[in-house]
Write a protein that binds this ligand. Structure first.
Ligand SMILES: [Zn+2]
Length: 339
């Protein structure tokens, strides 16, 4: 059964608790519903800095998208103490991060500082993410014993794989390369979700850092979004592997292919064929293991599909300030200079 990517109901927590430090003295706090018209202010209310957090409710292992609008410079910030790495996006800025699978449920604070500009003081924006228990199940798998008790040679190969992955993931931070939200790489049933806790042959404990999608050997595997191929390699456990860099610190990985159909360095568009389903590497049968890595954390691909990277502006642009309407999204706005 094909689990369609839901049309991302924007669980947007518009964090307008925004504690405007000094700016509060000059302007009312940026609360959307009551923004009194002040003839002395050149900016329309929707252009004041504001924060959009997705998802509103998250679980450990989820990606988190922090979008900031109404800026004139790149902000800095943290998610539960972890530094957010902002890139220019849609006339504002965004940072994609994640929640570690080991995170305890509760509340996670998001703090963003918008730098001072044109005589205005810096602005502090805050938001809170509700983190609920993930309920990751346990399961027992049986695989060839070589994977549980690897020989010296195998250990050396796995170390070489680890280095190759590290090189593939060491990409400079750039604005996202994609022009739409993420999509499934295959129209297929999920046979194992992200986060399963596993024991192999009753021994090795690990957690499943990907989503397994059903498939017969030879069926196509598609790019989940636009990006650049940064790995085409036969790995010991992952088998024939393709990794795509999407910008913004975000990667998708495709394991166990019977055949790889792209070259390292190639640019791909969403829906392009990357390879064919197979059973190479440490597997119990043919399937696609689809992984998502963001900001050095493996996160749940199903949750990535629900993120809206193109949220609508907070309020309709005021007729009084047509020049402040949200810019077009076609070219990930290379700079955030003053308009
Ligand atoms: Zn898997």
């Amino acid at each position: 059964m094909y689990e369609r990517p839901m049309s991302a109901p924007r669980l947007v927590l518009v964090a307008l608790l925004a504690t405007c430090i000094e700016a509060a003295a000059a302007q009312p706090a940026p609360v959307a519903e009551k923004a009194p018209a002040e003839p002395t202010l050149p900016s329309a209310p929707e252009t004041r800095p504001h924060l959009i957090l997705q998802p509103g409710t998250a679980k450990p292992g989820d990606p988190v998208l922090v979008t900031v609008r109404g800026l004139t410079g790149l902000p800095t910030g943290t998610l539960g103490g972890r530094a957010l790495r902002f890139v220019p996006w849609q006339g504002g800025a965004m940072a994609i991060s994640g929640l570690s699978v080991d995170l305890a449920p509760g509340r996670v604070d998001v703090k963003v500082t918008v730098p001072a500009s044109r005589g205005a003081a810096p602005v502090e924006l805050t938001g809170t993410l509700e983190v609920i228990p993930p309920g990751y199940p346990e399961r027992e798998l049986r695989v060839a014993s070589k994977y549980v008790d690897p020989s010296k040679e195998l250990k050396a190969r796995m170390e070489a794989d680890r280095r190759a992955f590290a090189i593939a993931f060491a990409q400079p931070l750039q604005a996202p390369f994609f022009g739409q939200n993420f999509a499934w790489p295959r129209p297929a049933t999920i046979t194992a979700p992200f986060g399963d806790r596993r024991s192999f042959n009753g021994k090795l404990q690990s957690q499943h850092f990907g989503t397994d999608l059903d498939g017969a050997t030879g069926e196509p595997i598609l790019a989940a979004n636009d990006g650049v191929v940064v790995m085409t390699r036969e790995n010991q456990a992952a088998g024939n592997t393709v990794i795509i860099h999407h910008g913004g610190g975000l990667f998708t990985t495709y394991f166990h292919m019977s055949r790889i159909l792209v070259k390292n360095g190639a640019k791909v568009k969403q829906g392009d064929r990357l390879g064919l389903v197979g059973k190479t590497g440490r597997v119990t049968g043919p399937h696609l293991h689809w992984g998502v890595k963001v900001d050095d954390l493996w996160v749940d691909g199903q949750s990535l599909l629900k993120l809206d990277f193109f949220p609508a502006p907070l309020a309709a642009p005021s007729p009084a300030s047509p020049s402040l309407a949200a810019p077009s999204l076609a070219h990930g706005s290379p700079e955030l200079g003053n308009p």
